[in-house]
Design a protein around this ligand. Structure first.
Ligand SMILES: Nc1ncnc2c1ncn2[C@@H]1O[C@H](COP(=O)(O)OP(=O)(O)OP(=O)(O)O)[C@@H](O)[C@H]1O
Length: 766
């Protein structure tokens, strides 16, 4: 094999481009059912300063809060189908990119009834004129053929395939009855996805495409739901493969047009029974598509994950359109009504995420070659053939000489893989070995199964691929025939053998390269297998020997341990016994002496005595207070007696005695005498009262003095009592701590005696 020349790689660089998926939003007018429901419009295009600029543009959704989304272009109902075709980038893709050898994908996404089929269109029919309402597909077909005529002078061939994914099954829409057909998804060595066994029909013009697509669209599963009278129940993928020559350069490209089934909510669409089942599988495909978009759009390296392309047929088929070798346009469709806000916001989230997906499209172009180049190719061809033959011989020898059975080989491989898995398998070599497929992993035809990451095609497939579909009944003229015809002119001076067409030679060389690669892999695998097998077996034997030795040693060790265990059990028993006795003794000591219990009792006695004294003093105080009260009462009483004595009633009482035996004069003297007596008596009484009062004051003073001294005694006693109380609390604390320490000590001693091996708690944890 020859390494690509510097110039070649430069060319290759020029012929590849990295770009993001272009996402445009199409907002359809209000639907009849939305108008009937009295829905409000909540989706509005944000006005742009320059409508001719190439985006980005924004849309605002007014419900529940105002939200803005940025897309490459926003087309509301005022935009026509032609404007959609142009602003989406479809026009450029068809008239420019395809002819430069770039694969292009245009896909419509959105809620059911959002206008995907309307935007994509189905087929132009056989009408040569494009009508106003025609969508992207008929316009693309028309432009494709117009450009073939104008750019390539008709020097290009187109093949049409059309399939639908319905209930996770691929159905060929180009044949009337595709039931029973096993259509499987495959991947070529350069990562291109194709469906094996899918019909591809050579088409010569838009009318032919229109007719075939019309028939094919009629085979699509469509049903009426609450939200769309003609709801597409499947994902439809239409592929147009183009091979042609433009300015001495052969190009080969693929236009993929996808009309996805609408994402739907069962409750809203009223789907039941088989409709509901369809809905589930539609949503599954779209759900995985969402995950793929999410994974591809993730820009934070920490969160990057492998896109789950293989989780649904739809995503597997779109693998090279999303993040692969394709220029991709996504038309996100939505309703303007508040009834569908949730779905619209979902579509917009999806769409804005998809804008982050980076595709790396490579132009599939080859410069047509000169006679000299053809000769060079032929020489390379011969060398390659020799190399392949040699390698095949090596393989034959390796397999014949080897007496290792395939089962043994597989077992050895499994072992190595398991070994690598156990040890992390981080070395390049181990990773490489782990990737070698086992015999069972290979399909009967030798190709890798669908789910394998590195697909290897068998030779038949390669041939089939490189020589086109000539054996298909439906192919009226193989694309490669045209290439052969065209290159005949270039190689006309070569010998008979050399007269082989360029495309044949190229195909043969490609096939040889692949064969060589396959053979090299086989040789490497055989050599590696033989090299791996012996060391693996040796390792296994050594491991078994080690295991045996280890098991003997283990046996002896177990016996020893058993004996030790018995001994330890005995020790534990006696330790437990001792600990229990010690514990009982300590408990007894505690209850008898209470640790410092005597002093505490003495203090307690003192305390109680003092409290008694205190109570007695209190009693005296109360008694004194009572005396005082008595004295006060006495005073009151005495005062009352005085008042009685002084009262005029007393005078009245003594008058009869004064009146007896007295005349007029006598009476006058008697009265005088009474007055004198009265004065005398009053004087005497007041003298007594004075004396009584002074005595009373003396007694009160005395009592007051005594009370004060009793209060003093009382205070002194309570101070003394408080200090005894504090002492008692401290004593108690000390006693508690001491007891706890004692218990801890006891526990520690128990543990020491019973040993750490049997640390059963003997005393409750403190
Ligand atoms: N831009 C538009 N202008 C006028 N009518 C439109 C527009 N978009 C959609 N419609 C109409 O809305 C209805 C639903 O559209 P369409 O069938 O394209 O939806 P869909 O997204 O393909 O739905 P489903 O996923 O259920 O197949 C059709 O009657 C269609 O004619």
């Amino acid at each position: 094999m020859t390494a690509p020349s510097e110039e070649g790689s430069k060319k290759k660089k020029e012929a590849s481009s990295e770009g993001n998926v272009r996402v445009v939003l199409r907002v359809r007018p209000m639907a009849k059912y939305e108008l009937e429901k009295g829905c409000k419009q909540v989706v509005f295009k944000v006005p742009v300063a320059d409508p001719d600029s190439d985006g980005p543009e924004a849309v605002q959704v007014n419900q529940p809060d105002k939200r803005f989304f940025e897309l490459d272009a926003v087309l509301d109902e005022s935009f026509s189908q032609q404007q959609l075709y142009e602003k989406s980038g479809a026009y450029n893709a068809i008239s420019e990119d395809l002819f430069k050898g770039f694969n292009c994908t245009i896909l419509a996404y959105g809620q059911t009834g959002a206008g995907k089929t309307f935007s994509m269109g189905t087929a132009a029919g056989q009408d040569p004129e494009i009508k106003e309402m025609d969508g992207v597909i008929p316009r693309a077909c028309m432009d494709l053929f117009v450009n073939i005529m104008t750019k390539c002078d008709g020097n290009a061939q187109v093949e049409l395939s059309y399939l639908e994914v319905y209930n996770e099954e691929i159905r060929d829409l180009m044949t009337a009855d595709s039931s029973g057909q096993q259509l499987r998804i495959r991947e070529t060595l350069n990562g291109e996805i194709y469906v094996r066994g899918l019909t591809a029909v050579a088409v010569a013009g838009p009318a032919e495409v229109g007719k075939l697509m019309e028939e094919a669209s009629g085979r699509r599963v469509v049903a009426s739901t609450k939200m769309n009278a003609t709801s597409s129940r499947s994902h439809a993928i239409c592929v147009l493969r183009i091979k042609g020559v433009l300015d001495d350069t052969k190009f080969q490209s693929k236009l993929t047009l996808v009309d996805l089934a609408g994402s739907e909510r069962m409750a809203k669409t009223g789907a039941e029974g088989s409709r509901a089942k369809e809905g589930i599988s539609i949503n599954k495909g779209l759900f995985v598509l969402g995950q793929v978009v999410g994974a591809l759009a993730e820009q934070r390296p920490k969160y990057k994950r492998k896109p789950p392309f293989r989780d649904s047929k739809l995503t597997r088929l779109l693998q090279d359109s999303l993040g692969g070798n394709s220029r991709t346009i996504m038309i996100a469709c939505c309703s303007p009504a508040d009834f569908n806000t949730e779905e619209t916001v979902n579509t917009l989230r999806y769409a804005t995420q998809a804008r982050n997906i980076k595709n790396s499209a490579t132009a599939n172009v080859i410069k047509t070659i000169s006679q000299e180049e053809a000769m060079k190719l032929q020489r390379e061809n011969t060398l390659l053939k020799q190399e392949v033959a040699e390698l095949q011989e090596t393989i034959r020898k390796l397999t014949e000489d080897s007496d290792v059975t395939p089962e043994e080989m597989n077992r050895s491989m499994d072992m190595i893989k398991a070994e690598q898995a156990n040890h992390g398998g981080s070395s390049d070599r181990s990773k490489h070995l782990a990737s070698i497929p086992s015999q069972e992993e290979l399909e009967p035809d030798g190709a890798l199964p669908e789910d394998d990451d590195v697909p290897i095609k068998n030779m038949d497939e390669v041939k089939e691929e490189t020589t086109g579909n000539d054996d298909r009944e439906t192919t009226s003229m193989g694309i490669d025939d045209v290439f052969s015809k065209q290159n005949d002119d270039n190689v006309s001076v070569l010998t008979d053998r050399d007269k082989k067409s360029y495309s044949d030679l190229e195909a043969e060389n490609n096939a040889l390269h692949l064969k060589l690669r396959q053979a090299q892999r086989d040789v490497k695998a055989s050599v590696r297998d033989s090299a791996i097998e012996l060391p693996a077996l040796k390792v296994r034997v050594m491991m078994l020997e080690d295991e045996l030795e280890n098991s003997h040693a283990l046996e002896a060790e177990t016996e020893e341990l058993q004996a030790e265990l018995e001994q330890a059990r005995d020790d534990r028993k006696s330790a437990l016994l001792a600990a229990r006795q010690l514990s009982d003794f300590m408990e007894k000591q505690k209850s008898v002496t209470g640790f410092r219990g005597d002093e505490i009792n003495k203090d307690r006695m003192m305390y109680f005595n003092k409290r008694l004294e205190e109570r007695w003093v209190n009693f005296v105080v109360v008694m004194l207070a009572s005396f005082k009260e008595q004295m006060r009462l006495l005073g009151d009483y005495f005062e009352m007696v005085v008042r009685v004595v002084e009262s005029p009633d007393i005078l009245t009482m003594i008058r009869p005695t004064v009146n007896a035996g007295a005349g007029w004069w006598g009476n006058r003297n008697r009265e005088k005498q009474i007055v004198e007596e009265k004065e005398l008596r009053q004087r005497l009484l007041s003298e007594h009262i004075k004396f009584f009062n002074s005595r009373l004051l003396e007694v009160e003073d005395e009592i007051e003095n005594r009370s004060e001294s009793v209060e003093g005694i009382k205070d002194a006693l309570s101070v003394e009592r408080e200090s005894i109380e504090q002492d008692l609390v401290a004593e108690q604390l000390f006693h508690d701590v001491f007891s706890k320490q004692g218990e801890k000590l006891l526990k520690h001693m128990t543990e020491l005696m019973t040993g750490p091996l049997f640390s059963l708690p003997m005393v409750p944890a403190v």
